[in-house]
Design a protein around this ligand. Structure first.
Ligand SMILES: Nc1ncnc2c1ncn2[C@@H]1O[C@H](COP(=O)(O)OP(=O)(O)OP(=O)(O)O)[C@@H](O)[C@H]1O
Length: 220
């Protein structure tokens, strides 16, 4: 089992304190779900964990190795950002070879969600087709820890179901940290749920707590 230990994350932008001493422990075999209102700092937290943004303070460890720069994260932490990141003119079969671990290339190429598009380029895909491709390339990368920021955004219900099955299958060997406003889907696949609110991560026990902390409307 591998552990991603995330501790002492503080981040402010100017006068705005966004993250106030965040602690999170992710391990292979588990999905950690992070919910939070718009602007609560979820993407900021993901970027700090992935290393593309520096916290005011941070302490991030993969097993016994302190992760200090992007190179330290290579093959350990992968990140699906909110916005599209794929080159638009490269054939999808080549993207699969580029992003996925060698062991996974055949499996990914044969996925129903990917196989029909192998000879196309990303620029010919619809928004949802592109989103699911990006999510799959990150999920099947070499990294043991996978950060997914809004993976279900713009996906139709059956595709969301297929993607959730893939995430659960891959949890056998990987640890996931996932955030999405489709909270039902996050709840369905997460072992632990956290609410990011007022700069702190609160462990959530049930839906009532999500109402009490003002994330869900009272009448749901
Ligand atoms: N580079 C930046 N400079 C200044 N403020 C920023 C910067 N990046 C983010 N912020 C602010 O930090 C806060 C948290 O942003 P973040 O994108 O992390 O929120 P989020 O929880 O992911 O929101 P959403 O659910 O809407 O995607 C917001 O108020 C945002 O305006």
């Amino acid at each position: 089992m591998s552990i991603l230990h995330i501790d002492s994350i503080i981040k402010s932008f100017g006068e705005k304190d966004i993250l106030k001493d965040i602690y999170l422990r992710s391990e292979t075999g588990k999905v950690s779900g992070i919910l939070g209102r718009n602007g609560s700092g979820k993407s900021t937290l993901f970027q700090i964990i992935f290393g593309t943004l520096k916290g005011n303070t941070q302490y991030i460890k993969f097993n016994n190795t302190i992760l200090q720069n992007q190179y330290d994260r290579k093959n350990r932490v992968a990140y699906l950002p909110q916005s599209s990141f794929l080159p638009k003119n490269v054939k999808i079969k080549n993207l699969v070879s580029l992003f996925c671990s060698e062991d996974n290339i055949d499996q990914v190429s044969n996925l129903r969600l990917i196989q029909p598009f192998l000879n196309d380029t990303a620029k010919t895909l619809s928004g949802g087709e592109l989103r699911v491709l990006e999510a799959i390339l990150i999920i099947y990368s070499k990294a043991e820890f996978i950060l997914l920021d809004e993976p279900f955004h713009s996906l139709s219900p059956k595709i969301v179901t297929e993607l959730k099955i893939i995430i659960k299958q891959q949890t056998e060997s990987k640890g996931f940290i996932i955030s999405d406003h489709q909270y039902h889907d996050v709840l369905a696949i997460s072992d632990d749920i956290f609410l990011l609110s007022d700069g702190h991560l609160k462990l959530i026990k049930d839906l009532d707590e999500l109402k009490r902390f003002n994330y869900l409307p009272k009448n749901i």
